[in-house]
Design a protein around this ligand. Sequence first.
Ligand code: SF4
Ligand code: SF4
Length: 266
Amino acid sequence: MTFHKVRNGKLVPAGRFQVMVDNFYARNEPMILRVLDATTRFFLRLRARPVLMLLSRVIGSVIPTGEVVTTERAVNFIDAISVLDRTEIAVGPCMCQKALGKRNGTYIKDMVILYGVEAYKMAYPEYRDLSPEEAKGLLRQFHDEGLIPTFYSCLRSSGWIYAICNCEGKICFPFRAHQAAGAVMFPGPDIVTLNSEKCTGCGTCVERCHFGANTLVNSSSEVNLAKCYGCGLCVTTCTGLAREMVNRNGYSCRYYPIDLVGNVSA
Ligand code: SF4
Ligand code: SF4
């Protein structure tokens, strides 16, 4: 059975080498996460942020880094790969929670895709296949929970996307590493806009944004667009319907296969 990868906007068979490399990473991922987590904590205690930034760029060129997208874009991706003869989507335990022995919210939320399904199912029998409809339903459930849909890839290559992780701010190691050192998570194709006249000052957007992009000033929301990664989480809970997602100017496609899916919806 051949699983797929994305190349030049098309689904093409993934090679055995690619599957075996991802399988090797998957088997060792809990250990890698524990080592990186301990290393990050160590340098944070030393306040050695420049060292962490250097490490992040070197290590991040090999291990997975992610691009944040809206839930609708993740759903559109599931639709785009539904043309395959069989499902190449599965879900399993959050590797960060599993590796670090901590729990926060939903545990079964690591959604592997394409050749990542074969690699992770070989490593962990608890991954179960999802139909496209189940996958889309789960993504919407994760959105309601405030999790960030993030397309992860190895070797900083768009051809190596293998998972849609649904990240949060407390345990997710890539998120915390990004906060500490950068170069681990990247903004996606969309960015928020705010109509201040509609803002009720409820503050939900401040709570909802993991990236600290929103603040309340004089009972009205303000957005720091430089901090908006484009997850869309603040839009659907905005009580004043004051927020929308729009295409990001100067977006540089990193991992989300916009050529395959099309720029259909934010
Ligand atoms: S969630 Fe919407 S209405 Fe509430 S403070 Fe934020 S922008 Fe204003
Ligand atoms: S401002 Fe909204 S869309 Fe931007 S990162 Fe924060 S929650 Fe996501």
